[in-house]
Design a protein around this ligand. Structure first.
Ligand SMILES: [Mg+2]
Length: 392
């Protein structure tokens, strides 16, 4: 089998504007790309490129110029060799690009085998708990309201993305803990907002509040201060989401005792191939590797395949960018594989809040895409073979 073409089809993807406390903006209309890696035997692998933060138009030219020549004519089953060559291009293209092509290759291999990718990787589990990952809210009362709404639906774990202001962040955390009680796992993701002194203050405060982990309090290159922080705090620190070097940078974080839990996803880490390695690396040290939201729905599905194939990822991150596109469980908080390859569903089943005619069948997980029936988006939906939903 040989790869005969690599292409990116783009369509408009409109999501509600959203921002973080540290100034990162998401949403509005972006370009979402459907990457297709075609073969001479008629099998095509697909992935989505881009996120609601950075559209595919920022990535696609690099994919075509730098990556396509590397994979053309190659056997798509030589994933290990191809990925290594793709990785060497990380000075020219984003890891999002490398990740999208790698996901396509795994998709091809799943289709060749007639098996979902988690089977090829070695299935470890069939269900995984899901945690809700908050939006940005102006007031702590809104954070409380959101946390309570998840708790009322039966969710057992909830992560806060706060303002990036140490004092107010502690107040948010305290208010949420007081509201939900002690039986809900709470995590704080400070999104690299603090200097060391504030990171220590906030860490000690949320330790007292029985928070489950403390994510990215310092910038990702500051291993020196992460080591100091790790020495002083008991709460598990989770870093490395954007650590320099990605998979190859992780040994520094482990051997220098800079973090308790590793972090990665198929987009930022650069594909299923390095994400699995990252999880296995952590497992060798009896550490967890918690997989990060993938930025688009197909990346989330790829993340889920990896999650199911490793023993040391405890949660699936569910990140509602906006409630109107938010696919939710009615009362459930776990994900279960469906009977068909490459499909999955929650128990209870996913249901879209919009109640669109197609919503019952075209269910995506994570970031939802709802193309009108005759739009380019709908064509893109058919292109990907609906392998993340149950419509076929
Ligand atoms: Mg994070």
């Amino acid at each position: 089998m040989k790869i005969t073409n690599v292409k990116v089809d783009m369509f408009n993807w409109t999501t509600q504007p959203w921002k973080t406390g540290v100034g990162t903006a998401f949403g509005h209309t972006r370009q979402l790309g459907v990457v297709g890696v075609e073969t001479d035997e008629g099998i095509t692998g697909n992935a989505f490129l881009g996120s609601s933060r950075v559209g595919a138009d920022h990535f696609a030219p690099g994919l075509i110029e730098f990556i396509k020549p590397i994979v053309m004519g190659r056997n798509p089953q030589d994933i290990g060799a191809i990925w290594w060559e793709l990785w060497k291009m990380n000075r020219s293209v984003s890891t999002y690009v490398i990740g999208a092509v790698d996901v396509c290759l795994w998709d091809i291999n799943g289709k060749i085998a007639g098996q979902p990718v988690h089977r090829l990787l070695g299935t470890c589990k069939h269900t995984v708990p899901v945690y809700s990952s908050t939006a940005y809210h102006e007031t702590k009362e809104e954070y409380v309201q959101e946390a309570l709404s998840f708790k009322e639906k039966g969710w057992s774990a909830h992560k806060i993305h706060p303002h990036g202001d140490p004092q107010y962040d502690m107040e948010i955390c305290q208010a949420v803990r007081a509201a939900v009680g002690d039986d809900m796992k709470l995590m704080l993701d400070s999104m690299w907002a603090y200097q060391y002194e504030d990171a220590l203050r906030v860490g000690r405060a949320i330790e007292e509040m029985n928070y489950y982990w403390y994510e990215d309090p310092l910038v990702e290159e500051d291993i020196y201060n992460y080591i100091k922080l790790h020495q002083k705090l008991d709460i598990p620190i989770m870093s490395t989401e954007y650590a320099p070097g990605r998979y190859y940078g992780m040994t520094q974080w482990i051997t220098r005792y800079a973090t308790d839990i590793l972090r990665g996803d198929v987009a930022v880490t650069g594909g299923i191939t390095p994400l699995v390695r990252l999880c296995h690396l952590a497992e060798g040290f009896n550490m967890k590797c918690e997989i990060h939201h993938g930025g688009n729905s197909l990346n989330n599905v790829a993340n889920l395949h990896v999650t199911m194939a490793v023993p040391n990822c405890e949660f699936f991150e569910f990140f509602p960018l906006h409630r109107r596109q938010y696919v939710r469980t009615r009362a459930g908080h776990s994900v279960r594989w469906g009977r068909r390859a490459r499909t999955y569903r929650t128990r209870p089943r996913l249901r879209n809040r919009l109640g669109l005619g197609e919503a019952r069948t075209h269910v995506y997980f994570g970031v939802a895409v709802w193309p009108p029936a005759k739009s380019p988006g709908a064509r893109a939906h058919r292109l990907v073979g609906c392998w993340q939903c149950r419509c076929q």
